[in-house]
Design a protein around this ligand. Sequence first.
Ligand code: PRX
Length: 659
Amino acid sequence: MSNEQQTQTRIYKPSEEMVKNAAVSGMEAYLALCKEAEDDYEGFWARNARELIEWKKPFTQVLDESNAPFFKWFADGQLNVSYNCLDRNVNNGLGDKVAIIFEADNGEVTRVTYKDLLARVSRFANALRGMGVKKGDRVVIYLPMSIEGVVAMQACARIGATHSIVFGGFSAQALRDRINDAGAVALITSDGQHRGGKALPLKPIADEALSLGGCESIRNVIVVKRTGAQTAMEAGRDQWFHDVCANQSDTCEPEWVDAEHPLFLLYTSGSTGKPKGVQHSTGGYLLHAIMSMKYTFDIKPDDVFWCTADIGWVTGHTFITYGPLACGTTEIVFEGVPTYPDAGRFWKMIQDHKVTVFYTAPTAIRSLIKAADNNPDVHPKKYDLSSLRILGSVGEPINPAAWEWYHENVGGGRCPIVDTFWQTETGAHMITPMPGATPLVPGSCTLPFPGIQCAVVDETGTEVPNGQGGILVVKRPWPSMIRTIWGDPERFKKSYYPDDFKGKLYLAGDGAIRDKDTGYFTITGRIDDVLNVSGHRMGTMEIESALVAHEKVAEAAVVGRPDDLTGEAIVAFVVLKGARPSGEEAKAIIKELQNWVGHEIGPIAKPKDIRFGENLPKTRSGKIMRRLLRQLAKGEEITQDTSTLENPAILDQLGQPLS
Ligand code: PRX
């Protein structure tokens, strides 16, 4: 038995103290919640929705399945998310409590209380209203990690505008496509951003996006001053954030919206076509964001919570902007990167701010393991991490070796790790341990969140026995689920409620296997053409489209291959219009194509490895055999029958990496 296999079978039980104090106290409590939901599914969610949300108008309807799979939750209730995150806490005596501890790239710390955050949000919400932004309008936010990022999102929620965040690492083209698809009326950006000691421009990218055409719906551009870089401002369109907020009132009446009102769109990659605008609701989304904080993170009034995700991803939405604030939590917002000024940055920040609950991605852990191995000064053991009580992992499978290291060196062997499986589309946690209940097995996300009914099925939608791999599905609609794909309801149906499953099961797009004895889930990876690089979701088609848009490229196929650090790495097989290059020429074209993809989509989409062939392996009917490409990318020998291939000799050509 290898080390990896041995560690996989180890079970970590929660400590007695953790069980005693946790919101979900022991397995009996977890099972009781599951049973409550099983016995009365709607009653379970309705009880939580009544207890955890302050409604302007209480709901009387719970789940509406009349137009399945376009499900509705709490449809006749009215609320405001920003009110629930801010006013409610101020009204409950938490006005002077710190809501956000912002640590800048250079280490400067700013603390914002709930009262102050409410005033900032109100001022900006008033400013947006003053510009004519109203309920239902879409607002695109292209901002770095900042207090203003959270303020902008909350301000949109306050006036009922639907925000759509575009990650600051995306290109002008990607930003343009998202603005265009959403038909946004306003764009909020900044002059630049600080990362790893460097000041990087942002507004020029936004300007480029707007100049590409298709963004005519944008009436206002609001620019946060962050780096102080020389910034071109277009008269009549562009205004500084601080100018529009000046002289605004500190109070702003929230727009009360229906529970189904779209709180936000968030674009994510699918297996086909362009990125899709995942549409989330107001009431159901807020409910599950709060429940995930309470159950999975066992959040308590004295906790200092830190989710290291960027607000550009769903994790940053649910676990920076909404979940923690709705629970009246003190949270960290971090501008910088984990390796600046050195790879001890996370550990130093946990020590300085006495972080109690820490939530990050396996890729970050793996890179920090490597850094600590090379430099003992940045090893977590050098820091006082005794404030920590719960650790979280998200975005990709965590390999048992990284899990063990995280548990031992960061958690001091005493903090449970909640390996949370969920997606942009699910809004909040779907399969995850409860820290005071679930015995942990490294590498497994364990059991469904109370109320969530997951299963592993075959191609016909029939449940497979434990121990047999299959397709991960969710059997019943849940409150925080995706409502539709913006502007493309047919694609929503096809992607998530396919006919193969008679439109009854939500298709997550992942494979999974349940343990024979415990029933624990392990996610085995995407079953579609979606890659997960450093926890970032990328569609192979998007990268292929970017490649073939280059003048030298005739054809391209993109696959993933396992990577020790980033989980998966992007490998592109490219046929050029001219002759197949070799040597220095090939190296130069590889660089050129990598930069091209970086410019078209963003640096995260750059292929790590590019191979050139005179053709791609195709069947006689012209279909590219991706299975073979995946094997070639991994450097595996092709052992299977290739007689259906039209051009088997091509495999030798493509098997040789150059870069
Ligand atoms: O493949 C799964 C993986 O990330 C995908 C969702 O990506 P995204 O929508 O960008 O959301 C990421 C953050 C919630 C999933 O389909 N994934 C996410 N969490 C895990 C995971 N794979 C294994 N274990 C996890 N804990």
